[in-house]
Design a protein around this ligand. Structure first.
Ligand code: SF4
Length: 266
């Protein structure tokens, strides 16, 4: 097999000349060349998400190919949104990206999505889960599998779920991109710890981003439904790093064994 090459762009070439670079990642034992064009200025982690989305999609494709080679079939289908009622862990950079996406929507839709975020938070507060989530965010060494199961049982849908499909598919968080199963779709609607068979991936970019971004910003992971509230509380951060520096940091954590990305029942 010839060596894979990804060509990814973050930033708008019409706004400024992008900096070009390349890195070779070893994913599942396979060298993958990633050629990147990124902004030249100091940036936030949210500014390099297009690169991480591209790498994540590659990693997921490889995972699916390996599952298929082993005779397993991915059972995720449009119209099955069971996993979109799970606790989806995101980083503060992904919260900022989602808030910006919503801010750019036309008003009626923007208002509707914001209303759904408010309703989701109120539902979690009403059942007492926000206190548990906040405690779990303080101690990332603790497993969140039990918390994730209690969250799922509340049936709080992601504010972006429409007709059981993701309405922001190209912009969905890394954790959502990585979540694919080969167990029967029905199992996802009433999951227990051992009835979900995930597609194994050669790396977990969502976890690498969570680790690097959390350490940099001093902000722990958060459930997706906290995104707007977080950005209201912390509207901006002063960019302090270059895109190549941030990407080196994230890529270096691809094989990390840390468990910060366990909000979902993996
Ligand atoms: S962002 Fe999309 S894929 Fe992720 S939980 Fe929400 S609806 Fe589902």
């Amino acid at each position: 097999m010839s060596e894979a090459t990804l060509q990814l762009v973050a930033g708008d070439p019409a706004r400024h000349a992008l900096v070009v670079g390349r890195v070779v990642l070893v994913l599942g034992g396979e060298p993958v060349t990633v050629e990147m064009a990124v902004p030249p200025d100091l940036v936030g982690f949210e500014d390099i998400l297009p690169i991480l989305r591209g790498v994540t999609d590659f990693v997921v494709d490889r995972g699916v190919e390996e599952a298929q080679a082993a005779g397993r079939t991915v059972s995720c289908r449009a119209g099955c949104g069971a996993c979109c009622r799970q606790l989806v862990p995101i980083s503060q950079a992904e919260a900022r990206a989602l808030a910006a996406l919503i801010a750019a929507m036309p008003k009626p839709r923007r208002d509707e999505i914001r209303r759904r975020f408010d309703a989701a938070l109120q539902a979690l507060q009403a059942c007492g889960l926000t206190a548990e989530i906040d405690a779990a965010r303080q101690d990332v060494s603790e497993s969140t599998v039990d918390l994730g199961m209690r969250y799922f049982r509340q049936g709080v849908a992601c504010p972006f779920l429409e007709d059981e499909a993701c309405s922001i598919h190209p912009d969905r968080p890394l954790s959502c991109r990585q979540y694919l199963v080969t167990s029967p779709a029905a199992n996802c609607a009433s999951p227990t710890a051992n009835t979900i068979e995930m597609v194994a991936l050669p790396a977990r970019p969502s976890r690498a981003l969570l680790l690097a971004d959390s350490e940099d910003a001093g902000v722990s992971w958060m459930p997706l439904v906290y995104a707007l509230r977080y950005v209201e509380q912390v509207p901006s951060r002063v960019p302090a790093r270059t895109a190549p520096d941030i990407l080196r940091d994230v890529f270096s954590r691809f094989q990390s064994a840390d468990h910060t990305d366990r909000g979902r029942s993996e």
